[in-house]
Design a protein around this ligand. Structure first.
Ligand code: ADP
Ligand code: MG
Length: 442
């Protein structure tokens, strides 16, 4: 039994988020994601949108809802957006979802295909049962979002196997970052002509990162520190019911100040004085909430892959700098982190891609190895300053060795500002400036 007054209250809340009568600001369009969502919408699948807190998932949902109404001629009352983070909602439960749906049907009387967006759905326990029921009975097309990779995939894994498509939203790519700064690039020539402006912005991108709100605001550092607090307190401590607050904090700080470096649980255990089990468990959590990525070493042997040290990367270079990474001394490591993030974005669009680093028994290293299907397709080295002959020949030697091993004729070295091609023993090495590589079409 639902009382009339409850329903009124629910509708009041929903009105604040929906497009039924009012305009909703939805910011700058993120076209790549919208195009992908559109292709998903046309299938008979539940859509999940995941990604770190504040990467822009809710905005993309609103943009999608708007596009349905404005471009696909869906009636406004056929689209329901539910923001489950709204503190006015009473106890979050399956019953609440049912009440929301009933109130919506009663007040809006939509006819025909309905679209329901459930934002931050993991707030509701067993939400996937309701979603599956709605999906199977074809009552609505459902799009859900959440800031935790595993929670979504585990729950969906068992209940919606083969019935969902996932979109991962990252903070802004460099191209999006330029757009958010008012720089719209029309073609390749445009990129060359505006080189100085673009390079200036790359420095900002390295320093303050690419969370949309931080990019648009003057109070960048405050915003980033707030995000950090929220991720630690809400996504980690609260969600995983962590009591060892100090251990978690020490580990997070360690990772964020050691980006683009190798880490083993054993060395961490020693320097942080935290048990191996705790480190492993917490590291998993940090990956689940997309704060930290621990890249594996490439090997055809799974055991070797699992037991090797990992390379540490963070979701945002601005976040690292805000919590104490020494920015000015470490352009090289920040640049490598940016390359990693861009490769992750490209990987998210092409699921058969796998990303690793490579290292042989003589400690020759290649920063990134990209495998597609059974074959290694790409090798990428990031070297901010290639002017020293010693560095250059070391980077090249490692690449040549890996190229031999994987029978590749081409590989790339991403640098601050060098552009060239060198042919060595019949193999080609391309040198590319980071800003240019970031703007290449994948
Ligand atoms: N496309 C966009 N245009 C302008 N601002 C944006 C955009 N996307 C996100 N933002 C800014 O970033 C903040 C966080 O975005 P939001 O969509 O709420 O992230 P999430 O839902 O992933 O936590 C927004 O409140 C807004 O200030
Ligand atoms: Mg949100």
């Amino acid at each position: 039994m639902i009382y009339k007054s409850d329903k009124n209250e629910i509708i009041d809340i929903l009105q604040d988020w929906n497009l039924w009568k009012r305009e909703q600001s939805s910011g700058i369009p993120r076209e790549k994601y919208l195009a992908r969502l559109k292709s998903f919408i046309d299938t008979n699948q539940v859509i999940t949108i995941t990604g770190p807190r504040r990467s822009g998932k809710s905005f993309i949902m609103k943009q999608m809802a708007k596009a349905l109404i404005e471009k696909s001629k869906v009636k406004a009352e056929n689209v329901l957006i539910v923001n489950l983070e709204d503190p006015r909602f009473p106890a979050l439960s399956l019953k609440l979802l049912e009440q929301i749906y009933e109130a919506y049907l009663e007040f809006l009387s939509p006819k025909g295909q309905i679209f329901i967006f459930l934002d931050e759905v993991q707030e509701i326990e067993s939400w996937e049962k309701w979603v599956r029921m709605m999906h199977e009975l074809r009552k609505a097309k459902i799009i859900v979002s959440g800031s935790n990779a595993k929670l979504l995939s585990r729950e969906l894994g068992t209940l919606l196997t083969g019935r969902h498509l996932d979109l991962t939203v990252f903070p802004l790519s460099f191209k999006e970052f330029l757009e958010f700064n008012g720089v719209i690039l029309l073609d390749r020539l445009d990129i060359i002509n505006r080189k100085i402006e673009i390079k200036g912005l790359l420095r900002k991108y390295l320093e303050f990162g690419s969370f949309p709100e931080a990019v648009l605001s003057e109070q960048k550092k405050e915003i980033l520190l707030n995000y950090f607090e929220d991720i630690v307190n809400k996504d980690l401590l609260r969600r995983f019911r962590i009591r060892k607050y100090q251990d978690l904090n020490a580990l997070v700080k360690f990772y964020l100040s050691n980006i683009s470096s190798l880490a083993t649980y054993r060395s961490l255990e020693k320097s942080l004085k935290i048990s191996n089990d705790t480190i492993e468990k917490f590291s998993g959590y940090l990956e689940q909430v997309y704060l930290v990525f621990l890249l594996k070493r490439f090997s055809f042997k799974v055991r070797e892959q699992e037991n090797s040290p990992r390379k540490v990367y963070a979701i945002d270079t601005g976040l690292c700098n805000a919590v104490g990474f020494r920015f000015s001394e470490n352009f090289g490591r920040l640049a490598e982190n940016l390359v990693f993030l861009e490769l992750k974005r490209r990987q998210a669009l092409k699921i058969e891609k796998e990303l690793y680093f490579w290292k042989d028994e003589y400690h020759k290293e290649v920063d990134f190895l990209i495998k597609e299907g059974l074959r290694v397709k790409e090798l990428i080295q990031v070297c901010w300053n290639i002017r020293s002959e010693k560095t250059k020949s070391r980077e090249i030697r490692s690449l040549l060795k890996a190229m031999d091993e994987f029978e590749l004729d081409e590989a790339a070295i991403i640098t601050e500002d060098d552009e060239a091609e060198e042919k060595i023993k019949g193999k080609t090495i391309r040198f590319l400036p980071l800003w240019k590589w970031l703007l290449e079409d994948e």
